[in-house]
Structures are given as structure tokens and as C-alpha cells.
Write a protein that binds this ligand. Structure first.
Ligand code: NDP
Length: 313
């Protein structure tokens, strides 16, 4: 017989764990599946300086471990496993775990977050694990005193380039436009770092190297009359060009925007299906912060509690 729960939470970032804290304190006996990356994107961050309540900052993994413990303290059943499919055609809703077991749920809180994007170059696959990475915090250590490149011009790219500059001897930042999109404070940190060289109006054509990345071929001012080819010698190539929301398994039922972000009813975590709520980065193309994710996780749990009591479930 299938297991049946009142509240299923999918995802273990700040949204999922905050939803779990509120849902368990409201006696919903939530079951939370952690997914592929327990703790979510913050586990790949070093110092989190902007989560309220930590005047000295806290590391991403520590923050996530604390949130997990807090959720478990109130009785959340945190499980290692991945929701691989859903059937939201009728209530109770169904979720398949690791392609095997099915769980039925009266309410579901989707907190599956977002995943790093790649450029789509064949060389990214060719050198995966051999010089190509989408996580400076995870892999930066391997590039001590070496030369690396980071692609992107947003906050993530600036943060990763600055982090890598603390380890590597030189960091190129490859930016496709002639300006950075990152916030002023991030830009200032980057611009004041003598190890970082910004290559504005450059795009990556491919990577070179015998088994491991040893260089990148770039094009400068593509399509302009002064377009030119540039080669840089590098040991590591880091992507920091944004994220894709992890919403595919819900798409047959849940309305998303053209990128895949789940659409919620304005100012609420409600989706187009009663009893299914979305919180955190999977539904947030704008803010994508740990604190906003936590806030919407709280909202989702409160909504789930109200839904259950209004429907006598
Ligand atoms: P963004 O979407 O903000 O930036 C993506 C960057 O990658 C842009 O510069 C974009 O270029 C570039 N890019 C996208 N696609 C390509 C491509 N195919 N080739 C080359 N370059 C490309 O993503 P981030 O991950 O940087 O940030 C996401 C959100 O998270 C933001 O709201 C950010 O503020 C927040 N954030 C906050 C942090 C903090 O406060 N500590 C840290 C990290 C992120 P273009 O500008 O040309 O579009």
C-alpha cells in the first residue's frame, strides 16, 4: 500500500526547511525529500553575510545544517531521496520517489530550487570534472596558484571570481557585454582585486587541452567590424551565468512561465492547483535570496495548514 502523508515537502534549501519548521510546528507531520543536492545551492557558498541574525556571517553548509536540525527538532521526517515524477491530476497527489516508491500527499510544497546553467558548448561536457565547473566553492581548491576563468557578469560571477582570486594566481572574468550586471558592492570588490582581469565583450568559442583544460578560445566583439579571436591559457573554466528552475516534473500540471519558473498567485505561494504550493527559487525569477526563499517557505506551510483545515483533511 502507498504511504499517505498530509504534507510533502520537496527540496532541502532554505525554502524547504523553513516550510518544514512551520509545518511540523503546526502538527502537519511533514515528510521532506532532500533531493540530489541536500541543503540546496547554499551548500556551495562560502560565507553568507546577508541572512539576518548572523552579524558575523555564517557558512552556507552550517546555515543549512542548522535549518535541518531545527526542522527535525519539531518532528519533520527528513529523507534522503529524489522525487522523480508526480501525478497531480487528482487529490491525493502522487509523487514517485527514486523511480520506485509512490507517496500520496494531501498537500505538496515544491521547493526544488534552481540549477546552474552551462553555455551549451560540447567542450563543457568533454572537460567535465577535468577543468570545467559550475561551483567555485566546491572546486576552487584544486586551482591554487593556477589560472582560471569565470564566465558571467552577475553577482554570482563576481562572487565566484573574488573567491577564486583568493586561491588562484590569476582570474579572468569573461563578460559578454561591455558592463557588469552585478550589484555595486560586488563590482567594487572585484574591481579592487589586482588578480582579476575583466574581458568585456568576450564570448567563449571552445576549450583546449590534452585531457584537461589548458586554454580557452574566445571571440572579442563578435559580429563587429573589429571582431577578433583571443586565446587565454587557463587551468580551470567556471560557469556563473545564472540558473534554471527545477520544475520539469511538475510541468504537465503546474503553470510555469516561459523559462520554467512556477507561477504563483501574486503575493502567495499558491499554484494553479489547490493544495500545491511553490516556494523559493523554483518560483522566483526576481529575488533568489536565501531569506526570500525562507519567507515563501513559511508562507507555503501556513497555506498548507489552512488548506488542510478548511477541507477537513
Ligand atoms: P544573473 O542572471 O544575475 O546574471 C547572469 C550573468 O551571466 C549575466 O551577466 C549574463 O549576461 C551572463 N550570461 C547569461 N547567459 C550567458 C551566456 N550564454 N554567455 C555569456 N554570459 C551569459 O545570475 P546570477 O547567478 O549572477 O544571479 C542570480 C540572482 O542571485 C541575482 O538576483 C543576484 O543578485 C543574486 N545573487 C546574490 C548574491 C549575493 O547577494 N550574495 C550572490 C549571487 C547571486 P548579460 O548581463 O549579458 O545578460
Amino acid at each position: 500500500m502507498n504511504e499517505k502523508v498530509r504534507c510533502l515537502i520537496i527540496g532541502s534549501g532554505p525554502a524547504g526547511y523553513t516550510a518544514a519548521i512551520y509545518a511540523s510546528r503546526a502538527n502537519l507531520s511533514p515528510v521532506l525529500y532532500e533531493g540530489m543536492e541536500p541543503g540546496g545551492q547554499l551548500t556551495t557558498t562560502t560565507e553568507v553575510e546577508n541572512f539576518p541574525g548572523y552579524p558575523e556571517g555564517i557558512t552556507g553548509p552550517e546555515l543549512m545544517e542548522d535549518l535541518k536540525k531545527q526542522a527535525q527538532r519539531f518532528g519533520t521526517d527528513v529523507r534522503f531521496g529524489m522525487v522523480t515524477a508526480t501525478d497531480l491530476s487528482s487529490s491525493p497527489y502522487k509523487a514517485t520517489i527514486d523511480g520506485e516508491k509512490t507517496i500520496e500527499a494531501e498537500t505538496i510544497i515544491i521547493s526544488t530550487g534552481a540549477t546552474a546553467k552551462y553555455l551549451g558548448l560540447p567542450d563543457e561536457k568533454k572537460y567535465a570534472g577535468s577543468g570545467v565547473s559550475a561551483c567555485a566553492t566546491c572546486d576552487g581548491f584544486f586551482y591554487r596558484k593556477m589560472t582560471v576563468a569565470v564566465v558571467g557578469g552577475g553577482d554570482t560571477a563576481c562572487e565566484e571570481a573574488t573567491y577564486l582570486a583568493g586561491l588562484a594566481s590569476k582570474v579572468y572574468l569573461i563578460v559578454r557585454k561591455n558592463y557588469l550586471r552585478a550589484s555595486k558592492i560586488m563590482q567594487e570588490r572585484l574591481l579592487s582585486n589586482p588578480k582579476i582581469e575583466i574581458l568585456y565583450e568576450h564570448e567563449t568559442l571552445g576549450l583546449t587541452g590534452d585531457g584537461v583544460v589548458q586554454g580557452a578560445n574566445l571571440v572579442k566583439r563578435r559580429g563587429q567590424s573589429d571582431e577578433s579571436q583571443v586565446h587565454i591559457d587557463i587551468d580551470g573554466f567556471f560557469l556563473a551565468i545564472g540558473h534554471t528552475p527545477n520544475s520539469n516534473i511538475f510541468k504537465p500540471w503546474i503553470v510555469t512561465d516561459e523559462v520554467g519558473y512556477i507561477k504563483t498567485i501574486s503575493g502567495t505561494p499558491r499554484t494553479n492547483i489547490p493544495g500545491i504550493f511553490a516556494s523559493g527559487d523554483v518560483a522566483d525569477p526576481h529575488y533568489r535570496q536565501a531569506i526570500t526563499a525562507a519567507g515563501t517557505g513559511c508562507q507555503a506551510a501556513i497555506e498548507a495548514e489552512r488548506f488542510l483545515s478548511e477541507n477537513g483533511l
